[in-house]
Design a protein around this ligand. Structure first.
Ligand SMILES: Cc1cc2nc3c(=O)[nH]c(=O)nc-3n(C[C@H](O)[C@H](O)[C@H](O)COP(=O)(O)OP(=O)(O)OC[C@H]3O[C@@H](n4cnc5c(N)ncnc54)[C@H](O)[C@@H]3O)c2cc1C
Length: 434
């Protein structure tokens, strides 16, 4: 251990500080700024969009429940601007990643949000559960940002953890779902693709194509059929610890190497892919779960089953519980398929409510969270973590942060006022208290 101290500049002051510029963080920053607050948004990567851009996740999950759009407001705005040719209905939507990056850039550039890329939160200084300031690291060195309310949209719950706040992670043993290094593919002859991606996996296992017998193949999702371009959500890196940089290093290197096996599989076994080439892998490993911040309410699987309605409801969502099997064991894969392949799925028009309390970290009075690390049990995290869910919770956290900015106390936000502000941003709130 070494003791380390130095004087650093207080570079920015704001009403609302947002850590992480993925779908949750961008929605939070835009919501707070549209409600008239000064916002500072710090993003570690060289682009906004998180896993959907830096991580090359190839598609948006459903925005609606088959009857209506649930990710209304900023979510719909991003989705329609980035994918104008695809109607916003009940289907998954392919992402053209450069269009999505430019959409986030434009929305932020047109807003009053003060933002910085290549800027990471590396420390949080707090007193008795009240965050005083955050420390950031960037090319210019270390500096501080001071705000009234802080919003953790890092996906990994970094802000909460660095401030000493409570969180949960993974299953009973702390193990998490495998990660995936997403990829961009070219040279696919979509006119000749008739087989599903996983149709010949067992043949390939028998022929020794793969190092691991990984039966869960999400596949290559067409992002531009005419140009033969697809987004790959193929392969898993098992046993990753997403909170350890050395483990992340090993995983991303394995992900890159494994593309050779998937290239061989697609070229030799699936018609239409004979000339397919993985032209790029993401610079960011696709982490499905890490920390789940302990919040005043933990959204839980009973809420999914009951289609819960909450008095402090900030939105509703409907994506199934999507847990990826954590080993390559065949019987375990079958068990997972049985448990999650058909259970915890909604019919048309069904959804669960999300309470504001699930965005309030229990350990702080001036912090909120949204997106992948919000307050949820493991199975609910596997539903709300997809991008439309993150837009819903991010928008709500931003609106709540705007309302809490004067008092500096996120528990003093009045539910009716929050719902009214959210409605003004376009949110879908069927159970709004009058
Ligand atoms: C392999 C994979 C496939 C998926 N497929 C789909 C899909 O098809 N459709 C779908 O809708 N969703 C999908 N998802 C889920 C979805 O992409 C993510 O869960 C979602 O992007 C989470 O949004 P977020 O804003 O909470 O976090 P992220 O998207 O992870 O964004 C968090 C941001 O915070 C930044 N950050 C992290 N730490 C710091 C720090 N200390 N300081 C500053 N910035 C920081 C990161 O750089 C990142 O940009 C997939 C996820 C994975 C991993």
């Amino acid at each position: 251990m070494i003791a380390y101290s130095r004087n650093i500049p207080l570079k920015y002051e704001a009403d609302v500080f947002v850590a992480g510029g993925g779908p949750a963080g961008v929605a939070a920053a835009l919501a707070a700024s549209r409600l008239g607050k000064r916002v500072f948004l710090a993003e570690a990567q060289g682009m906004f969009g998180g896993a959907g851009t830096a991580g090359l996740v190839p598609s948006f999950a459903v925005f609606g429940d088959g009857v209506r759009i649930l990710a209304e407001g900023i979510g719909r705005e991003v989705r329609e601007a980035a994918c104008p040719d695809v109607p916003i209905d009940t289907k998954w939507t392919p992402i053209r990643v450069e269009d999505l990056k430019r959409t986030y850039d434009r929305l932020l550039a047109e807003s009053t949000v003060n933002y910085s890329l290549f800027t990471s939160v590396c420390d949080v200084v707090s007193t008795d559960g009240h965050v005083d300031y955050v420390v950031l690291t960037a090319k210019s060195g270390l500096f501080a940002v001071k705000a009234s309310v802080y919003v953790d949209c890092t996906g990994d719950g970094d802000l909460c953890a660095l401030g000493g706040g409570r969180f949960e992670a993974g299953d009973e043993s702390g193990d998490v779902m495998p990660a995936t290094l997403c990829s961009l593919w070219a040279g696919i002859d979509y006119g000749r693709v008739t087989l599903g991606d996983g149709a010949r996996l067992e043949d390939a296992f028998r022929d020794g194509v793969f190092t691991y017998e990984d039966r869960h193949l999400s596949g290559i999702f067409h992002t531009d059929q005419a140009l033969g371009i697809g987004g790959g959500n193929v392969g898993h890196t098992f046993g990753v610890d997403p909170l350890d940089e050395r483990s992340l290093t090993r995983s991303i290197m394995w992900g890159r190497k494994s593309m050779l096996e998937y290239r061989r599989y697609y070229r030799e076994y699936i018609p239409g892919y004979e000339r397919a080439e993985p032209v790029m892998t993401a610079g960011m490993l696709g982490v499905r779960e890490s920390r789940r911040i302990v919040c005043d309410y933990m959204l839980n699987i009973d809420d999914f089953v009951a289609q819960s309605v909450f008095e402090d409801e900030i939105g509703r969502y409907c994506y199934p519980v999507d847990i990826h099997v954590m080993t390559t064991d065949k019987s375990e894969y079958s068990r997972f398929q049985k448990e999650y392949g058909s259970q915890y799925r909604y019919g048309k028009g069904e959804s669960y409510g999300i309470p504001y309390r699930a965005l309030i970290p229990a350990s702080f009075d001036n912090m909120l969270t949204a997106g992948r690390c919000m307050g949820a049990d493991r199975r609910m995290q596997a539903s709300i973590r997809v991008m439309p869910g993150c837009f819903i919770t991010g928008q709500a956290a931003g609106a709540a942060a705007a309302l809490a900015a004067d008092s500096g106390d996120v528990r003093r936000v009045d539910t009716a006022s929050l719902q009214e502000k959210l409605a003004s941003l376009g949110a879908y709130l069927p159970n709004r208290s009058k």
